[in-house]
Write a protein that binds this ligand. Sequence first.
Ligand SMILES: NC(=O)c1ccc[n+]([C@@H]2O[C@H](COP(=O)([O-])OP(=O)(O)OC[C@H]3O[C@@H](n4cnc5c(N)ncnc54)[C@H](OP(=O)(O)O)[C@@H]3O)[C@@H](O)[C@H]2O)c1
Length: 315
Amino acid sequence: MAQVITVLGGSGFVGRHVVQRLAKTGAQVRLGVRNIELAKRLKPLGDVGQIVPMTVDIARGTGLAAAMAGADVVINLVGILAPGGSNKSFQAVQAEGAQRAAEAAKAAGVPRFIQMSALGADADSESEYAQTKAAGEAAVLALYPDAAIFRPSIIFGPDDGFFNKFAAMARTAPALPLIGGGATRFQPIFVGDVADAIVKAVTDPSVRGIYEIGGPKAYSFKELMQFTLTASHLSALLLPVPFPVAAFIGLFVGMLPGAPITLDQVKLLKVDNLPSGKFPGLKELGIAGATVEAIMPAYLARFQPGGRFGSLHGA
Ligand SMILES: NC(=O)c1ccc[n+]([C@@H]2O[C@H](COP(=O)([O-])OP(=O)(O)OC[C@H]3O[C@@H](n4cnc5c(N)ncnc54)[C@H](OP(=O)(O)O)[C@@H]3O)[C@@H](O)[C@H]2O)c1
């Protein structure tokens, strides 16, 4: 019989790629999200009735029991970059939400739990994002000692919220900010590789414990901004913004919905976002990992003056 897999946060950037792969395995996929209308757009990724959106809010604990009943695997992809708007606090979503999800899965007798965390998850971090990611991991591991936990670096892909955001900014703003001088290092990972890692954990129970997953190369934030400009054929000044100035801006701007930077993100940027080497990674999962250079220019080309085919028309 087909596996039943509940993907909490399945309509998001990572979720869309995970769901596409799970549908190909023939699994019955439930999407547990708050906005069921958005999730319905994913139904064509599977056969009729194969992908079933369900209303779940892990911050409130609503809809979890129904989403878990009879499931073989639960994948929790829910995470937020900033509280506010329709998002509740980091604590409610990433710490207590993960705990509620694991408790509901356990109560329903679900045998396998996969949790999405983030590189830098650390109970002692200055950042509440990182603290609550660590608390979410601990809550899941307390109930599911064999859970697979993934800590990715920045995730990139055609519909990412990182390179697309900075390319869009460069199209209208004269400068891109280099917070803390842009020295923070990252190991960006392709969304397809993240989805492959998660699907491997679904099919292979020996994938257990924490995996720190980054792509094949590390780059400074400044290098990533330079690369964004080159790939999108745009020019903008790269403006160093010292950490205290960025923190001040983040404190005020961060209160606005969709803010470009928050104080918590400035705190995160003070620490390199690289695998520590203490945990297995992509290599141990048998995934080679695509580079930024191989993937990103194709999807940032739409930002060039005149659009994707602008250069063909001499724009
Ligand atoms: N993207 C990255 O670069 C990156 C890097 C490191 C770690 N991660 C982690 O990877 C995971 C997936 O990230 P993503 O980029 O795919 O995020 P995303 O695009 O923002 O998607 C988040 C998903 O969670 C759902 N959601 C949000 N709040 C919810 C709640 N209270 N209850 C139920 N569902 C909720 C959203 O749908 P609704 O709004 O309809 O509920 C959406 O389906 C997150 O845990 C994130 O922290 C991402």
